[in-house]
Design a protein around this ligand. Structure first.
Ligand SMILES: C[S@@+](CC[C@H](N)C(=O)[O-])C[C@H]1O[C@@H](n2cnc3c(N)ncnc32)[C@H](O)[C@@H]1O
Length: 253
């Protein structure tokens, strides 16, 4: 069976409106956490931040209400596109999890779990002044049902996942400031979907969800606004060696 990969270099808030109803089995996505203004307002020393940091990337500094409005459109469209019983993982900073849960529930998603990704080797910045930031959150939902695919093979699944920061060999086509390790995304794709099902990541960044989906013989729809990140994603996904052949459709906005 041939898998299908569709990649859009467009704004997902528009492109999602064009995707068909009930056609996606799993959404794994990592939207902007919108922490740029928060960091600036609390006088974080931005000069010391890496130039490639998400604080200065330009997509992470909306006012809170604009960010909420965008997330509302995202969940509205996600609820239309995902099938009943499908699952969704949304990565998010811990201080924003309640906002995300409320919006997702408004659009028919059933809240299951808030979990943690723990990074085992975070930057020890100002380590004698405060706790080192080593975690990000993820939120697990099902759509219109209380359970979904859960391939745990009778093993206990904890609500935290752990890995080192994204390794260099996953950045060979360029670097994204908030690139997730393939190992973490693979955990969710294997657990929450089956082969030949369709995975959507509307905030695809450097394409990590696409790389994993392709490798695991899933269909994939990825959307990314930024041209440079999109190019990295296209190269990474095209590079994957998978058992199944695939068709690749690329749309530029
Ligand atoms: C947190 S990053 C995702 C990183 C990704 N998980 C990875 O491993 O590379 C969020 C991405 O969403 C993109 N983005 C922000 N707003 C968007 C929009 N309206 N439509 C599509 N992409 C958007 C940003 O350019 C950024 O690359």
């Amino acid at each position: 069976m041939k898998n299908s990969i569709k990649l859009f270099n467009t704004d997902c808030l528009n492109t999602m409106k064009e995707l068909k109803d009930d056609t996606v089995d799993l959404i794994v996505t990592d939207p902007p956490y919108n922490l740029g203004n928060f960091m600036k307002e609390r006088a974080t020393n931005l000069k010391q931040m890496r130039p490639n940091s998400f604080y200065s990337a330009g997509w992470d500094d909306l006012c809170y209400q604009d960010w909420l409005n965008n997330m509302d459109v995202f969940f509205e469209q996600a609820s239309r596109i995902i099938r009943k019983g499908g699952s969704m993982i949304v990565f998010m900073s811990l201080i924003k999890t309640e906002s995300v849960i409320k919006l997702a529930q408004k659009h028919g998603f059933y809240y299951k779990t808030t979990g943690i990704w723990h990074k085992t080797n975070p930057m020890p910045r100002n380590m004698n002044l405060h706790f080192i930031n080593s975690v990000e959150g993820w939120i697990y939902f099902t759509y219109e049902t209380h359970t979904g695919t859960f391939n745990n093979d009778s093993k206990v699944m904890h609500d935290f996942v752990e890995s080192s920061l994204t390794p260099k060999n996953e950045k060979k086509y360029g670097s994204h400031p908030t690139q997730k390790p393939e190992k973490i995304i693979q955990h969710f794709v294997e657990l929450l979907s089956e082969e030949n099902e369709t995975i959507l990541d509307p905030f695809m960044g450097s394409g990590t969800t696409g790389v994993v989906s392709r490798r695991l013989n899933r269909n994939f729809i990825g959307i990314e606004l930024n041209e440079d990140y999109f190019d990295i994603a296209l190269k990474r996904i095209s590079d994957v060696k998978a058992e199944e052949k695939c068709t690749l459709k690329v749309v530029h906005g």
